[in-house]
Design a protein around this ligand. Structure first.
Ligand code: GDP
Ligand code: MG
Length: 180
């Protein structure tokens, strides 16, 4: 009797992408509602948690940040192991960070070694859309890349101005839930 219980889920989400694209800022904006212009990069993997309600489920996201050791092969298997969703992040003012998405995706699949690599859920975030004059990667170019990658969901965000962050993380949580 009484109030129906919601089912609880603990899901692991990992953020990868080139240094400086804003991974730590996005996670900090979502979990703490804060933005800083400078972050000290700490060494080692680090995670934050935040719970969100999706229909009859309480989803606790365990969000792993690379904490300043983004070089390939330096993150270790503990970082990748058991991920339910991988968030690829680039900076819309930085072409190189966009071109590196293929290698980040491949690196993830090699390290995480999921059961069905073709079906593993990724979400793409294009950050720093507040920097309108400096923008070099168009929406169209990012959307085309997503089309070629199993229609990966794509969000244009700004950690600085808190644009689209809630929406993006809601999709990340739903995507992770599907895979759990
Ligand atoms: P990470 O290395 O990927 O974790 O990137 P950080 O979160 O440390 O951010 C790198 C730099 O970009 C910092 O100086 C941030 O203040 C800045 N930054 C992060 N997000 C944004 C954003 O949405 N807009 C702008 N203009 N700068 C941002
Ligand atoms: Mg960082």
């Amino acid at each position: 009797s009484g109030i129906p219980r919601k089912k609880a889920y603990l899901l692991k989400v990992i953020f990868i992408g080139d240094p400086n694209v804003g991974k730590t800022s996005l996670i900090n904006q979502y979990t703490n509602k804060r933005f800083c212009n400078y972050y000290k990069s700490t060494v080692g993997a680090d995670f934050m948690t935040k719970s969100i309600v999706i229909e009859d489920k309480v989803v606790t996201l365990q969000i792993w940040d690379t904490a300043g050791c983004e070089r390939f092969h330096s993150l270790g298997t503990a970082f990748y192991r058991g991920a339910d969703c991988c968030v690829l992040t680039f900076d819309v003012t930085n072409n190189v960070s966009f071109k590196k998405l293929d290698s980040w995706r491949d690196e993830f699949l090699i390290q995480a070694n999921p059961q069905d690599p073709k079906k593993f859920p990724f979400v793409l975030l294009g950050n720093k859309i507040d920097e309108k004059e400096k923008r070099t990667v168009s929406t169209q170019r990012a959307e085309l890349w997503c089309q070629k990658n199993s229609n990966m969901p794509y969000f244009e965000v700004s950690a600085k101005n808190n644009v689209n962050i809630e929406k993006a993380f809601y999709e990340i949580a739903k995507t992770a839930l599907k895979n759990s």
